[in-house]
Design a protein. Structure first.
Length: 315
């Protein structure tokens, strides 16, 4: 599935061949096959794909930077699927410590043994470790990654052996900026990544994404919904509304409600408008939605006939 998308995006043929060679060179152990993701969402963007694939093939770790709803986590999952690598996810928070990353002692079968954490597992088995919201972590926790991410490519586990990274191991970090709980990343840590700035989704790619999720959604309906989202994006960029309305997941949730027969504007209010709790801002968002979506529009106007039959079954 991912390779079909790569061909559709016209990624350079030599990159595709290199990915296939990488997969053959580094087969995955049977017990970790289930960790290879099967993405339900596809990231669209040929330029970003080529940058990331080139970096990973060169043995680099990548840092995906951008606002929310730019597809950072979807793209990280897609990359692991494209390279057929087992994935370990690390969601950073203020209480994450070094032991949570590397591993810790545990009592098993009446003896103390080492239980490896996600970083050790990815290091040993050639996985892709996805470091989500890396700029929310404490500096003390991130310091243990320095030797892992630079030329040493190894982990010294206190009290245990030194672990050298599998040659297929890669680290993909993501970060938003400007949100509560985030901070500037340490310069030494950033220098260990190549950085890809994720652009906001285009109208063309948003239409593709909507129709991938909801095949019964008509093209004209997808265009109208994409236009609503992009109108909200413009208002957010001009600081008329907050980034709460920039919720791609909310738009997709709203379309799911419409597919089940809920009123179009009610569905968009539940998915987008009600994510903000300021009455004035809610009014601005509703006005933007109603400027594109008529009150007379019904779910059956947006979907093919299949949607109507589904709704009759649930009536």
């Amino acid at each position: 599935m991912v390779f079909d998308i790569i061909e559709h995006l016209q990624i350079r043929p030599e990159l595709k061949e290199s990915i296939l060679e990488f997969r053959k060179q580094y087969p995955v152990e049977p017990q970790f096959q289930s960790r290879i993701p099967v993405p339900s969402n596809i990231y669209y963007g040929t330029d970003i794909w080529e940058k990331a694939v080139t970096a990973l093939l060169c043995g680099k770790n990548i840092l995906l930077v951008g606002h929310k709803a730019t597809g950072k986590n979807i793209f990280a999952e897609n990359l692991a699927a494209a390279f057929a690598r087992p994935r370990w996810d690390v969601s950073f928070h203020v209480n994450m410590d070094a032991a949570s990353l590397i591993g810790m002692d545990t009592f098993k079968k009446q003896e103390v043994t080492f239980r490896p954490g996600p970083i050790c597992c990815a290091a040993q088995h050639g996985g892709f470790a996805v470091l989500d919201e890396i700029n929310m972590a404490k500096s003390e926790a991130l310091a243990v990654l320095h030797g892992t991410l630079d030329f040493r490519r190894s982990i010294d586990v206190p009290g245990y052996e030194r672990i050298d990274l599998h040659p297929a191991t890669r680290f993909i970090a993501t970060m938003n900026y400007g949100y509560a709980g985030t901070k500037e990343l340490n310069e030494a840590l950033v220098s260990r990544f190549v950085v890809i700035r994720m652009p906001m989704i285009s109208q063309e790619h948003l239409i593709l994404l909507l129709q991938d999720h909801y095949p019964t959604l008509k093209t004209e309906g997808a265009k109208e919904l994409a236009a609503v989202y992009l109108d909200l994006q413009k208002k957010c960029e001009s600081a008329q509304i907050s980034s709460r309305a920039m919720d791609l997941r909310g738009l997709l949730d709203g379309v799911a409600l419409m597919e089940k027969g809920l009123n179009v504007q009610d569905a968009l209010d539940m998915g987008i408008t009600n994510k903000t709790f300021d009455p004035y801002e809610q009014t601005l968002i509703q006005d933007t939605i109603r400027g594109r979506i008529s009150k007379k529009m019904k779910p059956e106007d947006l979907f093919e006939e299949k949607c109507g039959s589904c709704r009759k079954e649930f009536a």
